[in-house]
Design a protein around this ligand. Structure first.
Ligand SMILES: C[S@@+](CC[C@H](N)C(=O)[O-])C[C@H]1O[C@@H](n2cnc3c(N)ncnc32)[C@H](O)[C@@H]1O
Length: 277
């Protein structure tokens, strides 16, 4: 089994695709020069990854390559332009899948003014949604931590040492994309439950609700939601509503992933009030 096949299997299992991930990875030949000679790359859904590049990948530096690899172990890249293009396609493809699934909901809701993303990683969704949904003048907030290892499970327990983002790299990616209105709460300085105020929209993609069960975080999140707030979470196929969700309104939306190319996941929408049709 090749290195990437192992990685895809490991990460695929870790990110919730299990043995439903059937597509073999594409192998791209690196002719000469820096980096690994025959790096393999994940095969992406061609429709989603071929759509407009709303999020722009900066030139890959060693710091960015390391941060990408930590957060997305299947992205075993070098700093060449080829991988910059592949990463950009992957990040935009993921955003387009989520955006297509959520667009009817966003259309039915007033534009949120105070927004919190939990675990933004390298910032793809902050950039993409800012630009697509006109969040330029919103109060944008992110909760993230700089880490040195990944602790991915599926619907697992809550760990305080599972952060695998990189706040300086996140800031530089946001800056490269001209998104300058994000306030970052550093998880090494405060716990999630200490984030001040309430938000019209809270969202967390491939993070709370996916790797770590929402059941362990909901008590921290509910005080951050007012009656009409909406919260969105990527959840795996096997997600089931849990008892603490009783009394909340929820909807589950299926969406197509860009990677793995043939799979679907779910998005959980939560609110204290009835959701728009
Ligand atoms: C798989 S990455 C997802 C990154 C980004 N949301 C995306 O979809 O590209 C998981 C994210 O969860 C964050 N994270 C890890 N542990 C966490 C925790 N206990 N609470 C909140 N976020 C956490 C990581 O730092 C990382 O940013």
């Amino acid at each position: 089994m090749s290195r990437l096949s192992r990685l895809v299997r490991t990460v695929g299992n870790a990110v919730g695709f299990g043995d439903r991930q059937r597509t073999p990875p594409t192998v791209i030949d690196e002719p000469t020069g820096r980096g690994a000679p025959d790096c393999e790359v994940p095969e992406l859904d061609s429709r989603l990854s071929g759509m407009e590049r709303v999020f722009r990948a900066p030139p890959l530096t060693p710091e960015l390559v390391a941060a990408i690899k930590l957060i997305s172990p299947h992205c075993d890249f070098t700093d060449s332009e080829k991988y910059r293009d592949i990463w950009e396609a992957d990040q935009n493809g993921a955003c387009w899948g989520e955006y297509e699934a959520l667009a009817p909901l966003f259309r039915a809701l007033p534009r949120p003014q105070r927004i919190l993303e939990i675990g933004p990683g390298m910032g793809r969704s902050l950039v993409f949604f800012s630009k697509k949904l006109g969040w330029e003048n919103c109060d944008l907030n992110a909760f993230e931590g700089t880490g040195t290892s990944t602790k991915y499970t599926i619907l697992g327990p809550r760990f305080e040492d599972s952060f695998c983002g990189n706040i300086p790299v996140l800031r530089s990616v946001l800056e490269y994309n001209g998104v300058r209105n994000v306030n970052i709460f550093d998880a090494s300085q405060m716990r999630l439950g200490q984030v001040p105020g309430q938000f019209d929209l809270i969202y967390s993609f491939y993070c709370i609700g996916f790797h770590w069960s929402l059941a362990h975080f909901l008590a921290d999140l509910l005080p951050r939601m007012h009656e009409r707030s909406i919260a969105l979470f990527t959840v795996p196929q096997e997600f089931q509503p849990f008892p603490a969700m009783q009394g909340l309104h929820h909807r589950i939306i299926e969406w197509k992933t860009a990677w793995p190319k043939d799979w679907w996941l779910k998005l959980l929408v939560l609110s204290k009030s009835p959701l728009p049709k």
